[in-house]
Every structure is written in structure tokens, then in C-alpha cells.
Design a protein around this ligand. Sequence first.
Ligand SMILES: [Zn+2]
Length: 142
Amino acid sequence: MGRGARRFIDDLLAGRRPRSFAASAKDAEEIRTAIALRAAAQAAGSWRLAGATLVVTLEPCTMCAGALVLARVARVVYGAVDDKAGAVGSLWDVVRDRRLNHRPEVIAGVRAEECGELLAVFFAARRRTRTGPGEPDTAAVR
Ligand SMILES: [Zn+2]
């Protein structure tokens, strides 16, 4: 992994807006799984992120789960389960479908309670600021 990708991830994990990430203010408020994947791919210079681990507060949706499989991400770690739209073990299990030739390892429920609280705060703030649709995934790829 390149220095840019590492710095991006360090920023995300530290809760900072990534320096290497040119995004709109709206995007900065909603750093999502898809955005993190795209940025990691840009920083790594490849859409394949073999060996990478995605760390995310909320269980990814079907779109993100599909992207994780296509990017050949090695591992998905998430906190809170998304009963309404989760696609990594709850409502669906896209990433572990046996018909796929790549199935990331899944570690679910890591600090689930804290992640749930983080998401509740995020949603409350978004309702106040009306920044529009998007996923509340605070995500990082490393
Ligand atoms: Zn998603």
C-alpha cells in the first residue's frame, strides 16, 4: 500500500477529513463505504484492494457489499448491524455468497454499541443540517 493510501486511512481512523481526499463539504460530512473504497483505490492506484481490510461503523448495504467483493477486499469489519438494509450477514449476506469466487472474511459486531451511538449522533446532526441522502458509514480501508 502506498503512502497516500496509508495517510488517507490514518486520517479516517483519527476522525479527520483526509488531506489527500478532495471532496465536497457534503461528502466530508458523510464519509461512506463507497467513498472510502474509491479513495483507497485512487490512492493505491488500483481498483483491486487485495489484502485490504474495510473498517466501518455500520454494516454495508448491497451496493457497498458488491463493491467490496469486486475490489477483492480481504476483510470487512463492522460495528452496528443494519436490520433494514444490511448485506453483510443480517438482511442479506452478499459477501459470503458461495457462488462468488471471492468472499471476504467478515468480523461483525465490533464495538457495536459505540458504533450505534455514533450513528445516532450522525443522524441527529444530519436531520438538523439537511445535507441530503447518503449512507452514514464512517469507513476506512487499510
Ligand atoms: Zn452502502
